[in-house]
Design a binder for this molecule. Sequence first.
Ligand SMILES: NC(=O)c1ccc[n+]([C@@H]2O[C@H](COP(=O)([O-])OP(=O)(O)OC[C@H]3O[C@@H](n4cnc5c(N)ncnc54)[C@H](O)[C@@H]3O)[C@@H](O)[C@H]2O)c1
Length: 385
Amino acid sequence: MSASVRVELGERAYDVRIGAGALGSLASNIRDALGATPARALLVIDRGIPHERVDRIAGELERAGTILTRAQVDPSEQIKSLETYGRLLESAAQARLERTDPVIALGGGIVGDLGGFVAATYRRAVPVIQAPTTLLSMVDASVGGKTGVNLSSELGGRRRLLKNFVGAFHQPRLVVADTNMLASLEARVFRAGLGECVKHAMISGSDELLSWTETNADAILSHDAAAVGELVSRSVTLKARVVAGDERETQADGGRALLNLGHTFAHAIETLDGVSPRGSDEQGLQHGEAVAIGLVAALASGEALGMAPPELAPRIRALLERLGLPTGAAGLPRADDLMSAMIDDKKTVGGRLRLIVPTGAGQARVVQDPPDSAVRAGLAAIGAP
Ligand SMILES: NC(=O)c1ccc[n+]([C@@H]2O[C@H](COP(=O)([O-])OP(=O)(O)OC[C@H]3O[C@@H](n4cnc5c(N)ncnc54)[C@H](O)[C@@H]3O)[C@@H](O)[C@H]2O)c1
């Protein structure tokens, strides 16, 4: 299947092209989106993508007449940094990119966030084309224009990695999600993307996307092309709608903030040393795994606040487990320590904590300054001592 979803943002509107083999027409899609074939481009490449695929994509762009400069990134939250950003800016300068020449981010969410931020700031902004190659970046990170890097900083006497602390809104001119790229993903990385898909279903406004995901879980896990294509296009449609309604996350109650469901908890735990998915031999946490765990915490907080109906948490847990996602973490620090880390998180507004709380199937609300007891209930549910 192939689909195109329009992100309706007035003069910044753009298309998300989704389908098996969609990158085969990247050059012509770029020409249509930019109005001309660019003379030059910086191709930021995720080291995880098989070389032959990269060569094929780069070759097509060069044959169309674009002089490409390639820059490789070996993704991790540690290298999503100001240093890597600086190195990529230098590559853009060495490539002699002009104001109309794009950065093309070919990779997962880390490459997309880095490439987008370089494009947002190099010579006060050049176009960015997002070519996401993980499930997570297809359904979430590549759409919506949030770009940036983590900041390593001394806080409270210890060095912390502050997620996405430095960044800019910079909408892509085009997103091309080629679902064939998912074939080479490690199974764990593919599953992690499903964490954001479940999050989208939980804020979609109705039960429909949640029920659809439950019905199609097996087909999705077995990489059934039709099911995965539909999953990506349903998820992107939801994200596009939310972003179009609140591009810069300025609505106080709802809007784009709802996309942070699970993230206050996820950001607090995902970069901690020694934390891993509960009940598994895997080390560390993928972002999407941390989001899945964060969803469980948000549900428990919601129950403690009397806002989440009691049948919702078991239903979501069952879905996450079926999708092979963790519902708790091993090696978590004490709840007190985690709470102070959460206060430092950038999602604190005016020094207060903000939680997104599920209130029904497909429904969620923003809670400013939640009581400590509700946050503790969330942390206890995911295994914090
Ligand atoms: N900007 C946003 O709105 C937004 C939204 C959600 C998440 N994010 C960010 O996205 C990041 C997570 O992204 P991610 O989950 O894609 O992780 P990632 O970018 O770390 O990629 C995961 C792994 O997959 C590998 N990989 C990528 N494409 C591949 C392919 N086709 N074949 C084989 N391996 C491949 C990468 O090399 C990496 O090892 C986080 O930093 C998160 O903060 C941003």
